[in-house]
Design a protein around this ligand. Structure first.
Ligand code: ABU
Length: 366
């Protein structure tokens, strides 16, 4: 039997990966966690329902394009099994009028060594999204005797999980930034809640963003679950909507990280990188002033790249400044047309989840 699952970071040579699918995607109804994520002036505010079929088809075309690039580079690609995401869901603790999508996988699946763990998302609409990946998990389980198939503790997501009235139509951008600086987010601390895309894996160290989708209790849970790893909480005060670390702080290879220039890592949190001779470089400006229509994410998906190995990176095709910068940083750049998949949850890193990268658990911060 083969070893199928292994990945300790985002840069070792990639051999097998999951790429999401846009089928049946919904704009979910607002709920305590998501209303905070949809900006007040967004065209998505107050909307919900199935996403238009033409956009779903175009999003899938972009993802197929990514699959072709990966396969041409010798990377094996697995795909999830979408559900009918428009179904209403319920648990003993809450009801929601629909689910969302199986994009992007990076929010749901966290690979640490030979383990893939389904996350504990704070969005009620994402509560059952893991089911789209269960057929793959079963396959890995059958084929790899060392694979650890794990589900993090399921949050209850009762009303006690959220700060009510946290969302306020009148709140200005400046006030949002004050909240970020004060680490005042929509979730409470009654249980661990986290999106896998808030976790940056670097061998023995996990750097986890505390923000709208991941709370402090999750970090405490991670440290107890992985006593052999070191868990670091990180914050990016320049981000008015802090969700997911992968359009903010993105490692390219050992010793080199690009940092979103408007979401700088605070001085005290940079110390561990600087003490270990890591270079933190400001990422290039995005090529676009606005995200595409009906997109939750920011223009900084420009830096949401997929590293294939320490010398090769896939960057979105229209992000010419980011490509130029990667080139100057010594990376071979592969452009990939993916912008029309952004509305389904993110860029190249978001749209994927690691299954197998070569390499082991190194200590980059001894
Ligand atoms: N899923 C990554 C989104 C981050 C951002 O909007 O900047």
């Amino acid at each position: 039997m083969a070893k199928i699952v292994n990945s300790w970071n985002d840069w070792d040579p990639l051999k097998r990966v999951i790429v999401g699918r846009c089928d049946n995607s919904m704009i979910p109804p607002e709920e305590p966690a998501t209303s905070e994520k949809v900006p007040v002036d967004s065209e998505m505010r107050g909307m919900w329902g199935l996403r238009p079929l033409a956009t779903v088809e175009r999003g899938n075309e972009c993802l197929e394009n990514l699959v072709k690039i990966l396969e041409s580079r010798g990377v094996q690609v697995d795909r999830p099994t979408p559900l009918q995401w428009n179904q209403a869901i319920g648990t003993p603790d809450f009801r929601n009028d629909s689910m969302m999508t199986c994009m992007p996988p990076r929010d749901i699946l966290l690979t640490v060594g030979n383990e893939i763990m389904a996350s504990a998302n704070s969005f009620r609409c994402r509560y059952f999204e893991y089911l789209a990946y269960w057929p793959l998990m079963k396959q890995y389980f059958d084929e790899d005797p060392e694979f650890k198939w794990t589900q993090a503790p399921r949050p209850r997501l009762t009303d006690a999980s959220y700060k009510h009235n946290y969302y306020d139509e009148k709140i200005s951008l400046e006030e949002r930034l004050v909240r970020t600086a004060n680490k005042d987010f929509v979730t409470t601390e009654v249980e661990p809640m986290w999106d896998a895309a808030d976790v940056m894996r670097m061998g023995r160290d996990l750097f986890i963003q505390h923000g709208l989708t991941t709370n402090r209790t999750a970090m405490e849970w991670f440290q107890r679950y992985y006593p052999e790893l070191r868990v670091h909480a990180v914050n990016f005060p320049g981000d008015p909507y802090p969700i997911h670390i992968d359009a903010t702080f993105v490692p390219l290879r050992p010793g080199l990280i690009i940092n979103n220039p408007v979401r700088q890592l605070p001085e005290e949190q940079r110390a561990i990188f600087e003490a270990n001779d890591w270079q933190i470089v400001d990422a290039a400006q995005p090529a676009h002033d606005e995200p595409p229509a009906l997109c939750y994410s920011s223009v900084w998906l420009s830096m949401n790249c997929l590293v294939l190995d320490p010398k090769t990176v896939i960057v979105e095709a229209s992000e010419v400044y980011q490509q130029e910068q990667m080139d100057k940083l010594g990376m071979n750049v592969i452009p990939c047309d993916l912008r029309d998949a952004y509305p389904f949850g993110g860029g190249l890193h978001c749209s994927t989840a690691d299954v197998y990268r070569e390499g082991g658990c190194e200590d980059y911060f001894p």
